[in-house]
Write a protein that binds this ligand. Structure first.
Ligand SMILES: [Zn+2]
Length: 130
């Protein structure tokens, strides 16, 4: 099956450009290159042989070699072989998580500023009264 470039980008985005089986990065430009270590292909989560459909919810990026290893085994089994669970997070959820950390950081800096800011009248330079 051939996919349009934007379909491949969408599929790769769903797992944050990681292989959905081993959670290691795929190299987007190496789509279909089976001899490249980060070469990848589109895996049918539910295989076509078991009536798996061609909709995006059934399509995930997988290294060619991981997909070979998976064969007809369930995803759970091959993921536990790699010591991972579930799907890698999508690009969108990674960005949102990153933004959350940035906001948390800004909040922490603001709080520290509030705590350590000089209190009025305490450390003011004294005016000479002569
Ligand atoms: Zn992989």
């Amino acid at each position: 099956m051939r996919y349009a470039h934007e379909d491949l980008a969408y599929i790769a985005d769903q797992t944050g450009y990681d292989c959905h089986l081993c959670h290691q990065p795929i190299k987007f430009e190496e789509y279909g290159n089976h001899s490249h270590a980060e070469g990848w292909e589109v895996d049918h989560v539910r295989p076509r042989s078991k009536n798996g459909h061609n909709g995006f919810t059934n399509l995930r990026a997988a290294h060619a070699h991981c997909n070979r290893k998976k064969g007809n085994k369930p995803n759970r089994k091959i993921r536990s072989y790699f010591g991972v669970k579930g799907m890698p997070p999508s690009t969108t959820s990674r960005v949102l998580k990153g933004a959350g950390y940035v906001l948390l950081g800004i909040g922490a800096i603001w709080a520290l500023n509030e705590i350590f800011k000089p209190k009025p009248g305490v450390h003011q330079p004294r005016l000479n009264s002569n």
